[in-house]
Write a protein that binds this ligand. Structure first.
Ligand code: IVH
Length: 672
């Protein structure tokens, strides 16, 4: 490969990997298998090594994905949380073994363990008591999830015995056993909520819930696989884990010591065949050098230990024929192509349908009706098509043409060049969109109205509801006329609708279904714009200055309020008596606080408060916090080490820069 080609390929790989990172870590909607991801990453790492002049600290090869969220306190790991390098083939594993042998001349042994498919936590124990639990985050710092972790029954809060080190960390995988996962999804389905894609996402999502009481209701479990500390008792990994078991930790019952590579392969072969018998998901096997002294000698690369490696199982695959493609319309009008397959058994269920994501995906893979395709179920509920057997393509086969009209309402579809999906723009007249919006509106985190999807369908076809605001003019007499409704059930529905008039403003904002306005964004908006009118008149620039609201969200909000149909919908909600402004008791905000209407930028490190506390003080006194300094900023609250660019901009625009003490003063000394 010449330099030019290498440069282009490196650029392309970085772009692709970034995209897959985002899909995996942010959207939790990966479109390629872990293996394909690893192959792309391997190629990039190799090329970057071969052509060091193209090194870039921002390359995806230089970082591990992050799961940091802003709601938890961030804690720096004393020992960074690294990851393991993955292998998929016998040769790669043999290479690993050869590398170990080259560095360790004396005899050594491996410990083989299951690779639990959950989410990693690191717990700190001091004098036998659990003092902190932190997620992996970006490997350097993670979220403090102590309160949530304490709800996991298998995690000891105090240790047994007395021979544990005064201070140590223990790491393990928090996971949801398969049965608990299925039960959780059944409950979610009943409530009409979005399902978790797999037990791993369910475990990670649960650990990040804001209320530990909710966490406690889910049967999380945790298995421990590593100890860290300055005064560990034993000189082997195995020995330390056995000790940990004595102190009350759950360690894997399936660990084995292996004297050589053959025994390792035997272990792998056994679990590859029998893993479905386990009550939880594993996605591979971890192979570790047992002696800590030898581990130390082997050391680490920037991202992973040289003394351990993980063997990943390939996801189960089946071949079948793709008969036809349906196009589904979501509540926002997004079109999702779905493949209808000849039924085929795969990992214990029969697969009949598979998602095809979007038109780009179909085009990229050149998937056609009549093709023999490979489907995979990487723990996800919806199987994916991962490849085509082109040798079996019928001669008559034709390239698939993506539809250009909405399959539900016939209106011409639109596609933004920056987006992968097609959209039906007929928001107010397209039946599946109306139904989707209605279902979203009543869902638990929105208006929490107890109404089934079937009822939504009935109400729409009976012409009783055209947009969710129509719910508020439903009378019991109307509902009773619907099939399957009786006096009591009709009464309950009307009552539930009536009660939703008291839902807090931020839930209502979420319920309106503005694109990209999820729960957290809705909360932020409610904190910064005291009423829907204020929000509607804010305009893109002011919206984008709001903390956590990027340009894309800002544009979507502004676009929503530009549409007269949406404005009418909001007016109808207002007339129905729904909360479209902040009730000050919701946010403990004194009416007309001393900082009312003022916009603040907070920057730097403070002496008496954390940055979040400063923001609390501002919000509780009626002010709002924005992220960027602009002409509409009223004050910059500056701590130590404030960014020089911000300071300079504030000076240039003549915006007062104040200290935390001055803030207290103008807020009337009302701390939070
Ligand atoms: S040892 C230095 N052992 O896999 C890495 N990890 O890619 C030490 N995992 O973040 C990790 N089961 O979440 C280890 N038996 C096991 C594991 C395991 C699952 C996860 C863990 C880690 C990731 C490594």
């Amino acid at each position: 490969m010449d330099t030019n080609e290498a440069y282009n390929r490196i650029k392309e790989l970085r772009k692709q990997l970034e995209e897959h990172n985002y899909r995996y870590y942010v959207l939790a909607e990966p479109v390629i298998t872990d293996r394909e991801y690893d192959e792309l990453m391997d190629e990039l790492v190799k090329l970057e090594k071969e052509f060091p002049r193209f090194a870039d600290p921002g390359s995806p090869s230089q970082r591990v994905g992050s799961d940091i969220s802003s709601e938890f306190t961030q804690v720096r790991h004393v020992y960074p949380m690294l990851s393991l390098s993955n292998t998929y083939s016998h040769e790669e594993l043999a290479d690993f073994d050869a590398r170990v042998r080259k560095n360790i001349i004396e005899p050594f042994e491996y410990v083989c363990e299951l690779k639990y498919d959950g989410t990693a936590v690191s717990l700190t124990y001091e004098r036998g008591a659990l003092i902190r639990a932190v997620t992996r985050g970006d490997g350097v710092q993670g979220d403090d999830v102590t309160a949530n972790v304490k709800t996991i029954r298998s995690i000891p809060l105090r240790l047994r015995g007395s021979d544990y080190p005064e201070l140590f960390e223990i790491r393990g995988e928090v996971f949801l056993p398969r049965e608990g996962f299925l039960k959780l999804n059944r409950e979610k389905e009943k409530k009409g909520e979005a399902l978790f894609a797999n037990p791993r996402n369910a475990a990670a999502g649960t650990l990040k819930l804001q209320k530990s009481s909710l966490v406690a209701k889910r049967p999380l479990d945790c298995v421990f696989y590593a100890l860290y500390g300055e005064e560990l008792l034993e000189d082997t990994h195995w020995g330390n884990l056995i000790k940990a078991r004595e102190w009350g930790f759950r360690i894997s019952g399936e660990m084995r010591k292996c004297a050589n590579l053959d025994e390792v392969f035997e272990y792998i072969g056994y679990w590859d065949k029998n893993r479905l018998e386990l009550p939880f998901d594993i996605d591979g096997i971890v192979i570790k050098v047992n002696s800590l002294k030898q581990q130390k000698k082997l050391g680490y690369t920037a991202k992973s230990p040289r003394w351990a490696i993980s063997w990943k199982f390939s996801a189960e695959r089946a071949a079948t024929i793709l008969r036809s493609i349906d196009f589904q319309v979501g509540r926002t009008g997004a079109i999702t192509p779905v493949a209808n397959l000849d039924p085929v058994p795969l990992s214990g269920t029969t697969v009949k349908r598979a998602s095809l994501h979007n038109s780009d995906y179909i085009e990229l893979m050149d998937i056609r009706e009549g093709d023999t395709v490979f489907v995979e179920k990487g723990g996800e509920i919806i199987p994916k098509i991962v490849g085509i057997d082109s040798s079996k393509r019928p001669d008559s086969s034709q390239r698939l043409k993506f539809i250009d009209k909405c399959p539900a309402c016939g209106v011409n579809l639109r596609k933004d060049p920056d987006e992968a999906r097609h959209y039906c723009p007929n928001h107010s007249g397209c039946p599946p969109q109306i139904r989707g919006r209605l279902n979203h509106f009543v869902s638990r985190k929105a208006m929490n109205i107890n109404m089934a999807d079937a009822t939504a369908g009935q109400l729409i076809s009976a012409g009783l509801v055209r947009d969710p605001a129509d719910l508020y003019s439903l009378r019991k007499e109307d509902v009773i006329k619907l099939e399957r409704f009786a006096q009591k059930s009709a009464e309950n529905l009307v009552k539930s609708i009536d009660e939703s008039r008291n839902r807090p403003y931020h839930n209502v904002l979420y319920a309106t279904g503005i694109r990209y306005v999820g729960e957290t964004v809705a909360r932020r908006l409610a904190e910064n714009f005291s009423s829907v009118d204020e929000l509607a008149s804010a305009g893109v620039e002011i919206l984008a200055e709001t903390e956590e609201i990027g340009e894309k969200i800002a544009a979507s909000i502004a676009h929503f309020f530009e549409d007269p149909v949406n404005r009418q919908f909001i007016e109808k909600l207002k007339r129905a008596g729904v909360q479209l402004q902040r009730r000050d008791d919701n946010l403990n905000k004194p009416a007309g606080g001393a900082l009312k209407g003022k916009k603040f930028v907070v920057s730097g490190v403070f002496e008496n408060y954390s940055r979040d506390e400063i923001k609390e003080v501002i919000r509780k006194n009626g002010g709002s916090v924005v992220s960027a300094v602009s002409a509409s900023t009223d004050f910059v609250v500056a701590g130590e080490n404030m960014g020089p660019a911000k300071l300079e901009k504030a000076r240039r625009l003549g915006i007062p820069v104040i200290s935390e003490n001055e803030l207290e003063e103008i807020a009337g000394k009302q701390k939070s």
